[in-house]
Write a new protein. Structure first.
Length: 237
């Protein structure tokens, strides 16, 4: 298991590396975004990078820019944890919207970061879909869980694994209100995490489904899919 730690502060890199190596992980260190990109592309890492810890303020490309590049590249599902000295919620949302899986604010406990690495790796491992899961339909939206396909008005749309899991969960539980904490736990199995993650994924899912989405905000409580029952039929996939 190869972990990339990219930060322009060598002290931070050393401390993080020591804690991750205690957990039996192989660590690759870089001090800027270009070297980090080379490691992520398999050009300078001994093994395939399974998770990247990126400093937001490192030399170009910075952590945010590199995160966006990874999400639009050949390995878009590589888990990413951002490190930053900026702690405002708006800053966290920017990182999450760029595609980060988690966000750690400096100064931080290196042991906590190591635990977050373990947690992100665990929850990023997506189980294989069970065969012959029922196709879900709600008006113009059709979801085939077995094939992991989504159609809106007969047009295929692309969702990330987490967006897909969120949509399937909501379709299977129409009319039920779930808090952000509840969605973190029940959709992705996260025992802790930034609640802004849910907000960002709801925003993305609404944008991709367009006017056809039926994700309602229930103020003070959370989110719910529209209260019209969905139908189901066996999947051929």
């Amino acid at each position: 298991m190869c972990i990339l730690v990219a930060d322009d502060d060598p002290v931070v890199r050393e401390v993080v590396r020591r804690y991750l190596e205690r957990d039996g992980r192989t660590v690759v260190e870089t001090g800027d975004g270009r070297a980090a990109r080379a490691a992520l592309d398999g050009m300078s890492a001994p093994d395939e990078v399974e998770l990247a810890v990126l400093d937001v303020m490192m030399p170009e490309p910075n952590g945010i820019e590199l995160c966006r590049a990874v999400r639009s590249g050949q390995r878009p599902d590589t888990p990413i944890i951002l490190l930053t000295a900026l702690g405002d919620e708006d800053d966290r949302v920017i990182g999450l919207e760029a595609g980060a899986d988690d966000y750690v604010t400096k100064p931080f406990s290196p042991r906590e970061l190591a635990l977050r690495v373990t947690s992100v790796l665990r929850r990023s491992t997506r189980p294989e879909p069970a065969p012959h899961q029922r196709i879900l339909r709600d008006g113009p939206i059709t979801v085939n869980p077995s094939a992991q396909l989504v159609f809106v008005d007969d047009t295929a749309i692309t969702l990330t694994p987490r967006e897909f899991d969120l949509l399937v969960f909501l379709l299977r539980n129409p009319g039920q209100v779930y808090s952000r904490e509840g969605l973190l736990e029940q959709v992705w199995g996260w025992d802790f995490g930034d609640l802004s993650t849910v907000t960002v994924h709801i925003k993305r899912l609404r944008a991709k489904l367009g006017s056809r989405h039926r994700i309602d905000t229930v103020w003070g409580r959370g989110y719910a899919w529209g209260r019209t029952d969905i139908t189901g039929e066996p999947s051929d996939a």
